[in-house]
Design a protein. Sequence first.
Lengths: 126, 145
Amino acid sequence: MSDHTAVTQETPASRPEATLLPPVDVIEDSTGITLYVDLPGVSKDTLGLHVEADTLTIEGRLSLAVPEGMEASHAEVSLPGYRRVFTLSRELDADKVSAEFNQGLLTLRIPKAEHAQPRKIAINIA
Amino acid sequence: MYRSLFPRDVFAELDRLQRELQQAIEFSPSIRGIGRGGFPALNVGGTPQSVEIYAFAPGLDPAAVEVNLERGVLSIAGERQGALPAREEKTTVHINERFAGRFRRVVSLPDDIDPNTVTADYRDGVLHISVKRRESAQPRRISIQ
């Protein structure tokens, strides 16, 4: 009985929490896509990048060193984290994503897959 | 006039709308217009000993940011280079939401600050400015003789 109540109490906590949508620039050239994401206040340890199937998820938690007992009087950034999800298209090579993170600016490079490259097919003779 | 730091932030947009309406109704609005929005986003807080300002300005060269304190008014100004390529290059811009260009934001600080004790550091794209309050303005317990 007590187990049951514990389960029902946990349910609201597992809801996705409200996050900020970080601003991005997406620029495509002939060899791939470059993604710039503004994530101020996120450190390298609290940044999460996930590619699952064709979904790219960028998550980050704000980690500010706030002095003890500070009372906020004006807050334009009031949510604890960032989250943004993109659907990648098939010609992009999700395995070769490279990322750079410097002073809150994330730069992602997603190259295009080498579909167009001529390939030699070996014939096995049994 | 301003580009909000976060796109589609409904609460920020509602807040901006409310302020704009209030400004239209008010007889003597602030000379610097609406104090909210724009780049960088600001969080301001205080402790009994200090005033803390956090400016969310990612991807800047700290040398190119100017922080000035003059007569109790703190201003943060600088320029951020855009990521967009030159027009001749064969590229396509699909999304362009990030702020680029010159920026300037101003905060008026309380009267009890000590202008000689300002410190500023830039970490993870956040510019943190800390101003101490004057010793004489800090709360004290007065002992009864």
